[in-house]
Design a protein. Structure first.
Length: 370
């Protein structure tokens, strides 16, 4: 079946449909990764978006049971130059087409993804609709004009109820804004006891869990659309070590008094170079975000800029001058992508160790004085 992809500026691409036949509308973005399409499609941070893969062949190693980042994908559509109908890989269990059909995700192939990506880079992300070629373009454009993009993406992908992943190590509360399973895997690998809680969980509820540390996950959309999370983070600062990733990084900035802004087309790929200003070390990172921290807004806060993008100098890392709080814009758990920065999870646990040692030392000194 033939489909059409219509952008809100009227640009239209006609190609072969695959996956689900349903019509969908969302924000059109592009991902530059040469691999990792399964993780991208199942990443909750793509909630509300239609993703264009710039790599020309997608689906060649199929879909397997191990590489999912969530059970129910929130992505709205997939755009490729060519999708492989007969994958070849020892782990493959089904085709990309079969998986998208099962999850009711529409796809379109056979279009000029290079041209589409250039349009997005020039004009920025915009609305787009994947629909049948039988529907008149004028009608599609009117439908997009009448339908605003969703602003409740975090609510859509966050867990509804708290749950526990048991371990014998440090007790971590992980606030789920659209958590990738890769983050959870990093903590379970380190034997942590992880309690995953919804995005709107209050600071008081989190403190009752007596966490050794709080992790703020990645997630979709504008960080300013979750004001309750900003309030919670502000209250938790100073009481427990905090580590934020992606959306969690932006929320920390807002809670500390900084500002965020929408990027023209964002960072979505697995080869983004980031420089650590403290060590001079450069790492290749996996990223997926359409908003960034405004560097000019940091001057009025107690946040220190620790890492920057070597491509466009956007803010990639922050550390609080007073509290045990730090964050990065990229994904240190990779999934997909390089594992250059997985050490940050060890750094977080070391911060917890140092914090507890400091408190123990203070308590001992107090007893001696008494």
């Amino acid at each position: 079946m033939m489909k059409q992809l219509v952008l809100e500026d009227g640009t239209t691409f006609v190609g072969k449909g695959f996956g689900s036949n349903r019509e969908t509308m969302g924000e059109i973005v592009f991902n530059t990764g040469m691999t990792g399409y399964q993780e991208v499609i199942s990443d909750p941070s793509y909630c509300g978006q239609i993703v264009t893969f710039t790599y020309p062949l997608v689906g060649n190693y199929g879909i397997n049971r191990d590489d999912f980042e969530t059970v129910d994908p929130a992505i709205l559509g997939v755009v490729v130059k060519e999708h492989c109908e007969h994958p070849s890989n020892f782990r493959s269990e089904e085709t990309l087409d079969d998986y998208l059909k099962a999850k009711r995700i529409p796809g379109i192939s056979g279009i000029d993804t290079r041209k589409l990506t250039k349009i997005i880079r020039k004009h920025g992300t915009m609305k787009a609709m994947l629909t049948s070629i039988d529907r008149p373009v004028e009608q599609v454009l009117q439908a997009m004009e009448d339908t605003p993009l969703a602003r409740d993406q975090v609510k859509q992908v966050s867990t509804v109820k708290p749950y526990v992943v048991p371990g014998r190590g440090y007790r971590i509360v992980l606030i789920d804004f659209g958590m990738k399973h890769g983050i959870l895997r990093e903590f379970t690998r380190r034997n942590c006891h992880v309690t995953v809680v919804p995005y709107h969980t209050s600071a008081e509820e989190i403190e009752r869990l007596r966490p050794d540390g709080v992790m703020l996950s990645n997630g979709p959309g504008d960080p300013k659309d979750v004001p309750e999370a900003i309030q919670t983070i502000g209250k938790l600062m100073g009481s427990v070590p905090i580590f934020g990733i992606c959306l969690g990084h932006q929320l920390i900035a807002l809670a500390a008094g900084a500002n965020t802004k929408k990027m023209k087309f964002g960072h979505r790929g697995i080869n983004q170079p980031v420089k650590d200003l403290q060590t001079g070390r450069t790492s290749i990172t996996s990223q997926n975000h359409g908003y960034a921290v405004d560097p000019d807004s940091l001057t009025q806060t107690k946040l220190t800029l620790t890492q920057v993008s070597l491509n466009d100098e956007t803010v990639e890392g922050l550390e609080h001058n007073r509290f045990n709080v730090f964050s990065v814009q990229y994904h240190p758990e990779s999934s997909p992508g390089p594992e250059d920065t997985a050490y940050l999870f060890d750094n977080f646990l070391q911060r917890i160790t140092d914090e507890q040692a400091k408190k123990k030392e203070g308590s001992t000194c107090l007893n001696v004085q008494i």
